[in-house]
Write a protein that binds this ligand. Sequence first.
Ligand SMILES: [Zn+2]
Length: 668
Amino acid sequence: MHSPEQANSNVSRRSFLKQAALGAAAVSGGLFHIGRARAQSKGRMIMLGYDGMEPSVVEAMLERGELPTLKKLQEQGTYCHLTSTIPPQSPVAWNSYATCKNPGGHNIYDFIRRNPKGPKGPMPLVGTGKIDPPVLDEAGGLKTPAKGTNYRMGNPFWSVADAQGKRGKILNIPFAFPPDPLKNGMMISALGVPDLRGTTSTYFSLSDGFTPEQLQEDLGGGQRIALSFSGEDETGFTVPGPRDNRYRFSDPNAYTRSSLRMKINRKDKQGVVVADGKQVDIEAGTWSDWLELRFEMSPKEEILGITRFYPLEIGEKVRIYMACVQYHPDAPYTAFTEPESYSAELKGRFGLYKTIGWAYDTHALRQYDLDEEGFLKDIDYTMSWRDRLTLDELQRGDFDFLLSGWTATDRAGHMFWRFRDEGHPLYDASAPEHWRNALEYTYKRADMQTGAVLARLREEDTLIVFSDHGFGSWRTEFNLNVWLQENGYLAVNNPKQAETGFLQGIQWSATRAYAVGLSSLYLNLAGRETGGVVKPEEADALIAELQAKLGEVIDPKTGSKVFSTLYSGQVYSGEAKADAPDISLGYSPYYQNSRGTSRGGVAGPLFEPVKDKWSGEHAASDFKNLPGVMFANRRLEKQEPHIKDLGVTMLASLGLDIPADYEGENIL
Ligand SMILES: [Zn+2]
């Protein structure tokens, strides 16, 4: 079975080159004086972005006095909602932030996209970017190093400012990977940086007590490894690292491996893990230090990685979570900072640090290979690291703008909403207080960080604190592909394959519409999809018919309408419009695409209760219901700002020329 990550490598070279050419055209599009730029302000621009911070939770906390610094900004400057994108999904919204355009201009519509021209029909692909592994020659020498590609089109506003001589620090802004070339500033990528295997993140779960069922379970984003200890309570094991493209996926050599040894003391619940002559201590309920791993791709090429451990149990049984193997800052698999040397410089300043883009292991928590305590301790650790980096860069050297991002606010929402919604199928009133308040905890940390940043600003500086979208509870999965099947729009010729997903087992010759991704519905359009059957002249009528019928779908259990708004592709404009979904879903509160539908599967009942720890969502909600928040230390001139306004606002406040194709407006 292949994952979307692997399917990714099937993007044809031609379509990739075409995208690259379009991107280059956008960059060379030129800058125009169009009278929007204001007189240059003396101050610097600082923006702190918190993924998915939800206004209703923020407002209740402001009311209770739990966010004193943000309250001060509200009173002396601005607090308002920040309009998100269609859909209000992180990759979509953060790329609208970066490029000051709607998704039709930047080409990112969903976490998962599809290639309409697969060999037998459309195929799912990762939506935001890809990584090409290094290519070795026959003798094992390096022919081409690994290379990351961002599917984003358009030119981010930080590059525009850089080209006009401004010095920027761009820290951990989501989905900005690979980092953009800068002449005057520096950048570290976060969300979007894959692990050494090239996946979003693949953890390892180590145990001497797995049942055969646990070892056979089809895991997302993880692998279980059975340990067998000697009488001395010592064991060895190997983990897979980078892909070796000289071998096929099915070949045992497809992934290079690194060897580790472990020795434990069950009585003291402790142990050590050794790799490549170095060791880290491990202890139950505690995150270990970083351990460096070495992967030998050939006698001539090796790749370094880092990992760390969180033992859930060292006693009668051993159960240890091992983080995905991440880029080593001293010798990254491919650059995740600009300049490339910045990653090693940061290690010199702070020691080894987390480099994986998917910074919190939601996969492991969902699959019971990491527990809530370990997850929350990791939130603390990672937020502290990003706080420290931001404050350090704020005080170090001159700069004109600093942009910094955090994602813990979003992940805590996804994983802990089940403890705050009494109507959620997994609601547990007896959960510990700090699990129920996990979200509030991350918001309080954001408030404290804002206070620390404010204390270091100059009078004339502008500070904006914002989130890219809001959040809500996800109680019910809707099997949209099953609905399409039951209503005669989609046909299946291999039910077993169709259950697996990845748009397999579908009878394309009898299918007029299909769903894949978190929020996207497509027609099987003649001339666009391989073997497409919907004539272009019939497309608009079919879209309208689907909008009308889906708009009437009622959940028999609650009597509620499942969809709030169904947006046709006409809401998008720009050079990437041809790739837009034909309908972008806007679900009512509590509903989202089922996991099966999102991965392109067709199986199961129409409605299913959410029995997954991933219990909060926003990805396919109606953007009208899920704005983000925005605070500023100045009063706003424009009401109801949009996330694509922020970059334009920064360029204007620094007195810079604004690209003519930017859609945002100056709001200050
Ligand atoms: Zn999210």
